[in-house]
Design a binder for this molecule. Structure first.
Ligand code: NDP
Length: 311
């Protein structure tokens, strides 16, 4: 029984650095990398960023796929993933804190007229403009899971009126929680800023098409840090041109990196950040090591994904 670290990423931590950190957390674990894999039939767990058919074909005794992150749509959506293989994800504090901050930062940027004042300074102009008042501002958070609940609480602590939306009913102090697709248009029409932090599932892909965009409050701001496939990007451009919503801030796009010829890059109502809102991993590797031990001992796994539900 061995754990293989094979992220498939070249612009993040190296496999050998992750393997070193996991071994340091729990000395004695058999942790391998593609360079030290030995007999592939020893591998019972793989930790990765995205699952390939090649990995599945090479690892005949695979029992657990551990995502080194949160979004598992390409893993649970792989038709070649055998039914008996379990899937786990990470739920560290660090990216949840980072994404909540990203929402707060880009909302306050508008509330406090930061682009306006920076442009005025550039022209050496003293141009007072009234900021918006947070207690009069309604912020919606779509997805009230690990990250969304934390974001809703941080936005509430800043002083906004906060509404939340999820699949099943939720209770969060000071947050008006709605659930189910029928409730979404009412929430959208009430919110000045809408923060999306939803997983990619058959129910959420393309959810923000012409109808949901038209339900948004005129001049409002749509922020997406979940998955890019939530939004029909052509419909978003049309909706922005009509001022409903008035702005979009996107940390995730349907294709990443965003192609150079995408109209999103240059649209005056769009701000793009390159999937950086939840950058830090924090102490998440602790749960990778823990899950390998739990797999070996038959104990319940941490943060197991419901493969049928898709998240
Ligand atoms: P969770 O699984 O903890 O929460 C998901 C939330 O979405 C839950 O509240 C769930 O509702 C809700 N939800 C799912 N489907 C629907 C639906 N059809 N209608 C309404 N609500 C729905 O996930 P996390 O909060 O940890 O992460 C969310 C997503 O954020 C990840 O899947 C990933 O794609 C993305 N992400 C992006 C990062 C970045 O760097 N930009 C970093 C980390 C994650 P319920 O509670 O009722 O089940």
């Amino acid at each position: 029984m061995a754990l293989l670290i094979e992220t498939g990423l070249s612009d993040w931590m190296s496999d050998s650095d992750i393997a070193r950190d996991v071994r340091a957390l729990k000395p004695g674990l058999d942790v391998r990398t593609p360079a030290t894999i030995g007999d592939p039939s020893d591998i019972t767990m793989i930790a990765l960023a995205g699952l390939s058919d090649d990995q599945l074909a090479r690892l005949p005794n695979l029992q657990l796929v551990q995502k080194l992150g949160a979004g598992v749509e390409t893993i649970v959506g792989n038709p070649n993933l055998p039914d008996h293989v379990r899937v786990t994800r990470l739920k560290p504090d660090a990216p949840a804190q980072g994404i909540a901050e990203w929402f707060v930062a880009y909302i306050l940027r508008q509330q406090r007229n930061m682009p306006f004042h920076e442009a005025a300074q550039y022209r050496s102009e003293w141009s007072p403009k009234a900021p918006l008042y947070s207690p009069d501002t309604v912020v919606g958070v779509l997805g009230l899971g690990h990250i969304g609940a934390r974001s809703a609480k941080m936005l509430r602590a800043v002083g906004f009126q906060v509404m939340g939306w999820s699949r099943s009913p939720k209770q969060i102090d000071g947050v008006t929680c709605l659930h189910g697709e029928d409730a979404l248009p009412d929430l959208l029409s009430a919110c000045d800023h809408v923060c999306a932090i939803l997983p990619s599932t058959p129910q959420t892909v393309g959810l923000f098409g012409p109808d949901m965009l038209a339900a948004m409050k005129p001049g409002s701001q749509l922020l997406n840090a979940g998955r890019g496939d939530l939004i029909d990007e052509a419909a978003l451009i049309t909706a922005l041109d009509q001022g409903r919503p008035g702005r979009a801030v996107l940390d995730v796009t349907r294709t990443e990196p965003l192609p150079a010829d995408s109209p999103l890059w240059t649209h005056p109502g769009v701000t793009i950040t390159p999937h950086v809102s939840g950058w830090h991993l924090g102490d998440a590797l602790r749960d990778v090591a823990e899950n390998f031990e739990r797999l070996n001992s038959g104990a319940p796994l941490l943060h197991e994904v419901d493969r049928a539900r898709g998240y």
